[in-house]
Design a protein around this ligand. Structure first.
Ligand code: ZN
Length: 119
């Protein structure tokens, strides 16, 4: 049976370390994992399009959005990465996957969420 549309952010769970490395490169994945382990990701929420929106409290507070559509990852972050993506996006993906594995429910982002304006 197909998963209900409202839960299609569950597809992030398919992602492997290899997928993440292919997308972001070894160093960004390693640094993103450290960022996750330091518990810098907060207020993970899911967008209308089943992307992930979160705050990442690293050197400063960043708003990060990650989309995963048709097997393609895409991210936006207020750190304005020069590369394809940034450590914050990796940390956010790991945080979401951990939430899913622990069955922790994830709230929907409100349309007026401040993070949308920052991105
Ligand atoms: Zn970033």
């Amino acid at each position: 049976m197909l998963a209900p549309m409202t839960h299609s952010y569950h597809r992030f769970r398919e992602l492997t370390w290899l997928d993440l490395t292919f997308w972001a490169g070894k160093e960004i994945v390693a640094d993103g994992r450290d960022c996750f382990l330091r518990k810098e990701v907060t207020q993970v929420s899911v967008t209308e399009s089943n992307g992930i929106l979160a705050w990442v409290a690293s050197e400063e507070l960043f708003a990060t959005l990650v989309e995963y559509e048709h097997g393609e990852l895409y991210s936006e972050c207020t750190c304005q990465p020069i590369e394809n993506t940034c450590v914050h996006a990796i940390a956010v993906i790991i945080e979401l996957i951990v939430h899913l594995k622990k069955n922790i429910s994830i709230p929907r982002a409100k349309s007026n969420d401040r993070r949308f304006y920052l991105l």
